[in-house]
Design a protein around this ligand. Structure first.
Ligand code: ADP
Ligand code: GLC
Length: 506
């Protein structure tokens, strides 16, 4: 990555996000926006986070409703929202949560029991304007507005258009792509709803296939673009990884960098995790066995110290390649002694198939459908191996949590998995996990067999692999320093100090 020395070292950063842990979480994006601001604040930056106030967020005395209403300028007139302030746990970073019942009183972030909310474009379009109007409400102008994924993709577009003549228009924007699969396609009417100029409806701005793509708009209009691993930064510039956006990402390649996610070790740490029966660390791994026992009891697996448990904690969607695992489960049950535990929710056919295995292979295959942080932690702590056969994986946090908890990843060599898991080498017992290349049952089966063989024949190597994983530094410090460089680079570009890849002319 390019390194620039900025004239002003500290930066004012507004992080605009649809999810933030521990309050509103669907996946790893929330973990990132929950941890990155703390790491940035620790470097001295002035950071604020803004997120919608979903109906599922429980508010206690640490939540402070603000008396002054937030006026949000929409195309159809001004709407008024309420702002709640809540400091992010373990930090002094202020989180601002936008209460607006029509869009956010429902509990779910993106989809309810009947699927994707049909007004997601309006919900997150409104949120994007509200997040920017919040700066005027606070009388605080950021140097950088850092947005995440399609729900906030229109923020850079707004900065370049409706806010261009305001003090906020000076702010640089960073779009982080956590997952390019979701692009926020919506109807042309969003333009009028948000009060954006009609000329934006062009293929070199926000139009895509006759509709509006919020993510595409963000890619064209943000000052700089990041994604969550160096390998994924390359992959999304190709026809398969780019999922239709590869050409414009290649067009903006000079402004695109991969910054690997970190993990928040104050929250994900086997020495302090209350979900585990006993703490452990790389210097004393013995108590990990108690986690394995507790895991087996909790999920209904037979507990046998000599039999390895393979864990999955995942959204159950095509991206994660769990249909590949589904296809080989009968064979694994027949030909190996491995046991499996799956925690997740998502596509109904996968939920059904894994629940069916739970019944069919009782004691050896356990499934829990739902979202449960404590159960997830018990899997990271108690399993021997952690499976991620992802078709694509922008970064992946699960494999890093697993390694931090001494659980050995078995993963497909793609995206951030390729960047974070080092392959086991039998010759010198180096590496941190097992990798395979093809997205096929055969390849996954082969990797599981390889790991099983090492488990049974070389326990000393297994111990070393666990230790290597646990000793790695996945803390946010490195990533926060890398983001700082990106912010300074973006500020300089925005202020014309270094030249930018030109934005397409109006
Ligand atoms: P993604 O963001 O694509 O879902 P990541 O590996 O980056 O994948 O992050 C997933 C995050 O969500 C991790 O914190 C993981 O522990 C958590 N998670 C996923 N599914 C569940 C679940 N069913 N219950 C609890 N936590 C889950
Ligand atoms: C996305 C990706 C995942 C990544 C996470 C956090 O949900 O699917 O790979 O770790 O965002 O960046």
């Amino acid at each position: 990555m390019k390194v620039y020395i900025a004239p002003t070292p500290l930066v004012k950063i507004l992080i605009v996000t649809p999810e933030v842990a521990p309050f509103a979480k669907v996946g790893g994006l929330a973990d990132v926006t929950g941890a990155l601001p703390k790491a940035l604040a620790a470097l001295g930056h002035d950071v604020k986070v803004v997120c919608p106030l979903y109906g599922s967020i429980r508010r206690d005395s640490q939540w402070h409703p603000q008396g002054k209403p937030l006026s949000v300028q929409m195309g159809t007139g001004v709407r008024y929202a309420r702002v709640w302030e809540r400091v992010l746990p373990g930090s002094e970073v202020s989180g601002y949560f936008i209460e607006y019942d029509e869009f956010f009183s429902r509990p779910e972030i993106y989809e309810g029991p009947w699927g994707w909310h049909s007004d997601n474009d309006r919900r997150f379009g409104f949120f994007s304007r509200a997040a920017l109007d919040l700066c005027f409400w606070m009388d605080w102008m950021p140097d950088v507005v850092h947005v995440h994924d399609w729900p906030t993709g229109l923020v850079p577009v707004m900065l370049n258009t409706v806010y261009a003549g305001t003090p906020l228009g000076r702010a640089a924007s960073i779009l982080t792509i956590h997952n390019i699969q979701h692009q926020g396609y919506c109807d042309h009417s969003i333009i009028g709803f948000l009060g954006l100029p009609e000329w934006l409806f062009r293929a070199d701005h926000i139009e895509a296939m006759g509709a509006v793509s919020m993510l595409k708009g963000g890619i064209f209009h943000s000052t700089k673009i990041t994604t969550v691993s160096p390998t994924y930064a390359q992959e999304i510039q190709g026809p398969i990884g780019g999922q239709g956006l590869n050409s414009i990402l290649s067009f903006r390649a000079a402004d695109l960098v991969g910054v690997l996610n970190g993990i928040d070790t104050s929250v994900w740490n086997p020495r302090t995790d209350k979900a585990l029966p006993a703490p452990f660390w790389h210097g004393d791994l013995a108590p990990k066995e108690l986690s394995k026992k507790a895991l087996c009891e909790k999920f209904g697996l037979n507990y046998r110290p000599e039999t390895p448990v393979y864990g999955v904690v995942s959204r159950l969607f095509g991206q994660k390649g769990l249909d590949i695992l589904r296809g080989i489960v009968p064979r694994l049950m027949q030909e190996t002694d491995a046991q499996f535990v799956v925690l997740g929710m998502g596509e109904s056919d996968l939920e059904y198939a894994f629940s069916d295995f739970h019944g069919r292979y009782g004691g050896r295959f356990a499934t829990w459908i739902g979202f449960d942080d404590a159960r997830a932690r018990l899997i990271y702590g108690g399993a021997d191996f952690f499976l991620m056969p992802s078709r694509f994986e922008p970064c992946g946090l699960g494999q890093m949590y697993a390694m931090a908890y001494g659980t050995i990843p078995v993963v497909r060599r793609t995206g951030g998995l390729a960047d974070t898991v080092r392959p086991y080498n039998e010759a010198d017992a180096s590496g941190t996990g097992f990798l395979f290349d093809e997205a096929s049952g055969e390849a996954l089966f082969g990797a599981i067999l390889q790991s099983l063989k090492v488990y049974h024949e070389k326990p000393d190597h297994i111990r070393l692999l666990r230790e290597h994983g646990m000793r790695q530094d996945f803390t946010w410090d490195t990533s926060a320093a890398a983001y700082t460089n990106v912010y300074r680079w973006a500020i300089e570009t925005r202020q014309g100090i270094v030249s930018n890849t030109p934005l397409p002319a109006k």
